[in-house]
Design a protein around this ligand. Structure first.
Ligand SMILES: Cc1ncc(C[n+]2csc(CCOP(=O)(O)OP(=O)(O)O)c2C)c(N)n1
Ligand SMILES: CC(=O)[C@@H](O)[C@H](O)COP(=O)(O)O
Ligand SMILES: [Mg+2]
Length: 608
């Protein structure tokens, strides 16, 4: 294709593989970067997604793909939320029509999409460890012509795992790894801590002044190049070529601007449009968000509790606003700790605070607590410390794909001795259970899902500590509902009643310990069906089955929950439907189970 033809159709349309970048000159590269920005703003305005981070990574991604030869050279994106430009340069432009939709383009690197995508877990701070492993493998195999390139943000660099990797990478000068540090000074908010301060000082130096001057990278045995203007493709390219030629572990420090080139992102004082929902591309104004969210009720309640309780402090791992702590930070700035992307440290630091007489509330996405399981077990629970973990995004999240569903916490946490776990069904219960959790003298969890809150679901009766949400004449099935699945159970009970099946719906509020009264209530039914938004394996359903066994209640227990597999990205409602977590699907399953049980019993009753 001639360059004239390209200019008419746009340069981006002519890029179907990284090799297509080779024929572009410096002026073309500037134009290409501008086209990419326009494309990203338009695509993300329709679907929502990670905007600010990608706008900041345009030039450095182009430069990486011009200097290195993917996929023989391994290009690894830490976290992966900033890989949209990489997707565009590796032939996936058309996929952006269906970004983050079911069967459409994933919002992260995805091996099923492209040979250029290597790692895809989207939990931060892992790329340097992968890079270390790839470098070791290349060395063992004598593949000295292959390069390993890890692109890591200044936020991801605050994770402990990144430093464990640097410690290893720096110790082996004969194993080259190119670390592209994409330093925009921010995670969501400005990146927290001494590392961020030190990077800020390095940023302040003139280009190239960093080398041979004893940066902390060099002290670990890793060469340092920079700082480089991360929006100047030729400058980044030159630094990368130098890094490649050094054949040692090296950091290329690229200074970038989150949201670069799109005023509403650059000027967003809160998060530089890190991950907006759909928005007006002209103004950057997001389409109205739901008035009341689970996160919002948590944040508002915590502020009220903290007004009465000076011992309450809050901890976030680099997710102040998304975890609902913005109001707390404004009201009690001295009682709020942003520890960086450091969930393990967040938990044990909270343990220290609790030991010293405070009641920390660690607000964290359910999926990210997975990392800190040992810290919850040993550092908090073994010491019996009063720390409350507030797990937002528990259950099905959807758009962010398999790594973001909060589907493991109940399976992991039910084994922790002394840990009490609450699953509120609505806003009123969230406020009540949070209040109870922060009043406990031992560790606790309050978990709730992503998104808008439905209307409150008042109990029609109580059975001791149990809330009964629906009761019918006769007692065929007990539907045990946890958290947001209560609304599903109430709908299922209605459908069952229309089919002549009597269903009781009960919300135990606490997943652990389960109120013992549940065993007695269950014993008056023919079937127990547990509905939860956790993995079916080891989740609340297994807890209920254990309770009944321990109380000698011999009843069939069915669990409806998230299957044990990595489900693709889709809307939350689509996934709930796929998993059978709707009123209709639960009712159909329960009716079928009762029917097959009745048939089975009749067969056994027939004379042989
Ligand atoms: C273990 C873990 N904790 C939290 C997050 C949520 N998270 C996603 S991106 C991000 C900020 C990343 O900052 P940085 O690496 O500097 O990238 P930037 O968006 O600034 O380019 C955070 C906290 C995550 N993905 N993984
Ligand atoms: C990359 C990452 O982990 C976060 O940015 C995440 O995508 C945010 O999810 P929410 O949009 O649910 O806050
Ligand atoms: Mg950053």
């Amino acid at each position: 294709m001639s360059s004239h033809e390209e200019s008419r159709m746009g340069l981006l349309e002519g890029i179907t593989a990284p090799g297509d970048l080779d024929r572009l000159d410096d002026r073309d590269l500037g134009r290409l970067a501008a086209e990419i920005r326009g494309f990203l703003v338009s695509a993300v305005s329709r679907s929502g997604g990670h905007l600010g981070s990608n706008l900041g990574a345009v030039e450095l991604t182009i430069a990486v793909h011009r200097v290195f030869r993917s996929p023989a050279d391994r290009i690894l994106f830490d976290t992966g939320h900033q890989a949209y430009v990489h997707k565009l340069l590796t032939g996936r432009r058309e996929g952006f029509e269906r970004l983050r939709t079911r069967d459409g383009l994933s919002g992260y690197p995805n091996r099923a999409e492209s040979v250029h995508d290597i790692i895809e877990n989207s939990h931060a701070s892992t790329a340097l460890s992968y890079a270390d492993g790839f470098a070791k493998a290349h060395t063992l195999r004598g593949q000295h012509d292959r390069n390993v390139v890890a692109i890591v943000g200044d936020g991801a660099l605050t994770g402990g795992m990144a430093w464990e990797a640097l410690n290893n990478i720096g110790a082996a000068r004969h194993r080259p790894v190119v670390i592209v540090l994409n330093d925009n000074g921010r995670s969501y908010c400005p990146t927290a801590g001494g590392l961020a301060r030190r990077l800020g000082e390095l940023r302040g130096r003139g280009p190239g002044e960093g080398g041979e001057t004893g940066t902390f990278f060099e002290e670990l045995g890793i060469a340092y190049l920079g700082p480089v203007d991360g929006h100047d493709v030729p400058a980044v390219e030159a630094a990368l070529r130098r890094a490649k030629d050094l054949r040692v572990p090296v950091v290329v420090h690229c200074v970038t601007v989150k949201g670069r080139g799109y005023a509403p992102a650059e000027e967003d004082p809160v998060e530089r449009l890190h991950s907006p929902g759909p928005f007006d591309p002209g103004t950057g104004v997001q389409h109205p968000k739901p008035a009341t969210t689970w996160t919002g009720v948590f944040g508002g309640t915590l502020v009220k509790l903290a007004e009465q309780r000076p011992d309450i402090v809050a901890v976030t791992a680099a997710m102040l606003h998304p975890a609902g702590l913005g109001g707390f930070a404004e009201r009690f700035p001295d009682r709020l700790y942003d520890v960086g992307i450091a969930e393990q440290h967040a938990v044990t630091s909270a343990a220290g605070l609790a030991y010293a007489g405070f009641h920390p509330v660690v607000a964290i996405y359910a999926t990210f607590l997975n990392r800190a399981f040992d810290q919850v077990l040993m550092d908090v629970a073994l010491h019996g410390l009063p720390v409350t973990f507030v797990l937002d995004r528990a259950g099905v999240t959807g758009d962010d794909g398999p790594s973001h569903n909060g589907m493991w916490d109940l399976s992991l946490l039910q084994v922790v001795p002394g840990l009490r776990i609450a699953a509120p069904r609505d806003g009123t219960r969230l406020a009540e259970l949070l209040d109870q959790a922060v009043s406990l003298t031992g560790p606790s969890v309050v978990r709730f899902p992503k998104g808008p809150l439905g209307p409150d679901l008042p109990a029609v009766a109580t059975a001791g500590p149990l809330d009964v949400l629906a009761r019918a004449e006769g007692e065929d099935v007990l539907l045990v509902a946890f958290g947001p699945m209560t609304a599903v159970c109430v709908a299922a009970a209605r459908t069952l009643r229309d089919a002549g099946i009597a269903a009781t719906v009960v919300d135990p509020r606490w997943v652990a310990p389960l109120p013992e009264e549940l065993a007695e209530l269950a014993s008056r039914h023919r079937l127990v069906a547990v509905v939860e938004d956790n993995c079916r394996v080891g989740g609340a359903g297994d807890g209920v089955a254990r309770l009944l066994r321990d109380h000698g209640v011999d009843l069939p227990v069915r669990t409806y929950g998230i299957p044990r597999r990595f489900a693709g990205h889709a809307k939350r409602a689509q996934l709930l439907e796929e998993f059978g977590l709707t009123g209709e699907a639960v009712a159909a399953e329960v009716a079928a189970t009762l029917e097959s049980r009745d048939r089975h019993l009749v067969r056994h009753a027939e004379p042989v």
